[in-house]
Write a protein that binds this ligand. Structure first.
Ligand code: ADP
Length: 273
């Protein structure tokens, strides 16, 4: 046989080993680039509220504190910036934990229609202020049991409904709808708001992405809401999507696994009356 063949084999092995290592290096480089970009984004986003609060506090120290009406006004503005900073840091922690896979999911069976009702109650005041009709389809109020992480789905619905209200003009509508399949349920959060241009549609789930940078920032968001939604839904092995028409409105939707009904029956039978 060919005396070169063992050598050739070794060569091939070295080659395939090198290829695996190269792939690992590429992966590490990608993670490193991601980290650097994330840090740059974060520093940039943190600067805004910090500079604002700093400005108000220093102006107060430079003498504005003597004037009572200015004093209250500036303190309120500084407080608002700091509150925003607090929310931002909280969202950042959530997202970094989700991106590094540090967050543990707690799956349980719960009625997602009841959860929706609770969240809607919390937003009623906000919606009323803008004369927005906030509703959800009751369909005989039959419960829809899903197998999911209660706290995180609470956050998903809160983020989507809050955006719906935020990006809808006065007298619009925000509606939550359910479409039940045999094994899953699709949840829709629909609004009659400003809509999202097609070129931005894919990117709204990226962290810190805002359609109209200054206008969206004015609305006080962190630019992290939808990125968090995407992470949470993906951690459920599902996907969140959006359809939208500029000037007409947007619909965000995602699928959740329904609970095993037999299990639910057992749970119910066991519950004390
Ligand atoms: P933000 O904190 O800015 O609201 P999000 O991650 O929740 O950040 O949303 C990202 C961007 O997507 C928003 O800045 C806004 O431009 C756009 N957006 C999100 N939800 C809607 C909606 N329901 N209607 C129109 N635009 C939306």
């Amino acid at each position: 046989s060919n005396p070169l063949s063992p050598l050739k084999r070794i060569n091939e092995e070295i080659y395939s080993y090198a290829k695996i290592k190269q792939r690992e290096i590429d992966e590490l480089k990608k993670m490193e680039a991601f980290r650097r970009e994330f840090l740059a984004d974060v520093s940039h986003e943190l600067k805004t509220p910090i500079f604002a609060a700093q400005g108000f506090v220093h102006t107060l120290l430079d003498g504005a504190v003597e004037d009572k009406s200015v004093r209250i006004k500036f303190l309120k503005k500084a407080a608002k910036s700091l509150d925003g900073l607090d929310i931002l840091v909280h969202d950042l922690l959530t997202i970094s934990q989700m991106e590094t896979g540090e967050i543990k999911m707690h799956f349980e069976d719960f009625d997602v229609r009841e959860l929706t009702e609770e969240i809607i109650e919390q937003f009623e005041e906000k919606a009323e202020k803008k004369k927005i009709k906030l509703s959800y389809t009751k369909a005989g109020k039959a419960p829809i049991y899903v197998h999911a992480d209660f706290q995180r789905i609470y956050q998903v619905l809160t983020n989507l409904i809050s955006n719906g209200i935020k990006y809808t003009k006065d007298e619009g509508m925000v509606e939550i709808d359910f479409e039940e399949g045999k094994h899953d349920v699709t949840i829709f959060v629909k609004d009659t708001g400003r809509g999202i241009p097609p070129e931005d549609l894919k990117r709204v789930f990226e962290r810190f992405y805002r359609v109209e940078k200054s206008r969206s920032k004015e609305k006080g968001g962190t630019g992290l809401g939808l990125a968090i939604v995407k992470h949470i839904i993906e951690a459920h092995g599902s996907k969140v999507s959006v359809t939208s028409t500029v000037g007409k409105g947007s619909t965000f939707f995602f699928k959740l696994r329904k609970s095993d009904m037999e299990e639910i029956e057992v749970l119910r039978d066991d519950s004390p009356d």
